[in-house]
Design a protein. Sequence first.
Length: 379
Amino acid sequence: MTIERYDHVNTRVGQAGSPRSSSLSYRRISRSVGVGAQERRKVVVDTANNSTPYTITLAGVALTITSDGDATKPEIVAALLAAVEANQDLLAAFQAEADPDATDALLITRRAAGVAFTLTAGANLTASLVQAADAGAAIPPGVVVCQDASSEGGAVLPSAITPVAQVTTLTPTPQNSTRYTLTLTADLDGNGPAAYFVEHTSDADATAAEIVDGLVSAIEARWPEEIGAANVANELVLTGPAGVPFTVVPGASAAAATWAQEATTAAVAPGFAAAPLGVVVLEQRLEMPVGGGLTAHPVGDPLTIAQSDEVAVLLDAGAAVALGNPVFVRCTASASEQLGACRADADGGDCLRLAGATFTGASFTGLDGQNIAFARLQL
C-alpha cells in the first residue's frame, strides 16, 4: 500500500482537484477489490445413534462414516471432519472445521470467494446455508467504497447495518392503592435526550394485569408515538424506534411495589457495515473518449482512493446538491441506482451520512453525461 499525490483540475467523475484545489492525497489499494464472500454451510448432528451410518454429500461426493457403540455428537462431527480432510480433492477446494460455537456442528467453507457449492445431509443430520457466495461487484470511479472485511487492503461497495429497535420488559409487583411511575429518557428527534413521565395508581384489588393496562393507556396518551407499549402476559413491553436507545426508570409509592426490568433487545443504530475508505478516483487506464461512458474496476483490480481534499463524486441521477451540503452515501440501491453514489439527504434511510465530507459546489453534468459534484473529504 502506498501514498501518492496527483494534481488534476477537470470535470469528469472521479477526477481529483477543483477550481478551489489543485492537489489531493490518494490511498492506493493494491490487493483484490470487491472479492466477495466465501460460501459457508453447516451440518448439524441431530441425533447420536450407536453403530449408525452418517452420510453427507459435498459437491457431489458422498462421504459416509459409521458411529461407534457409544456414540456422541462431537465424535460424529470429528469423524465427518476427518472424512472431508481425507479426500484430497475436497480438501483443496474446501475448509472443514468443527463449529467453535457448538459441539454438534461441522462448518464447511469454499476456499474460493464467490463460488457456490452443494451440501446435502442424510438421516440424523441437517445441512443449512450459513453464508451465501458473493462474486463481488465491479466498482466505477466517483463512488464511495468501504473496507472489505474479508480481504485486508480490499474495498467493496457500501452496505448498511440494519437498525434494531430496543425492547425492554418491565414486570410490576402488585400492591393495592399504589402509585406506579415510569420515566423514559431518549433522543427521539435528534435534538438531545428528553424525559417522558407517566403514572398509574392501582385500585384496592390490584393485579399485575390491571397495573400494566393502566400504564399502557397512560403511555399511549402522553408519550410520543415512537414509543410502543403493550401488555404481554401481564408484563409491560416497551419498544423504541429502530436504532434509538432509551433508559427507563420505574418507581412506586410503596416499598413493596418492586419492579423487575429486563432489556430483552438492545438498540443497534444505523451505520455503515464496514468503515468507509474514500472515493474511487478515475485513472487514465479507465478513461474513454468524451461521451463514451465510463468503465469500472473489475473484481481484483487495484484502486486509487481519495481520502482528503476535493474530488468529483458521482451523484444519484437527478439529485441536486449545493455548497456546504453534507454528503450522504447510497447503501441501499434499486436496479436503477448505484451503490456508493452520493446525494445531500438520507433518501428515506437508503443513504448514510459520510462523516467529514461536504459538497463544495452545486451539482452539474460532467463530460460523460454523469450527474456529479465536487466534495471535500477528511477521512
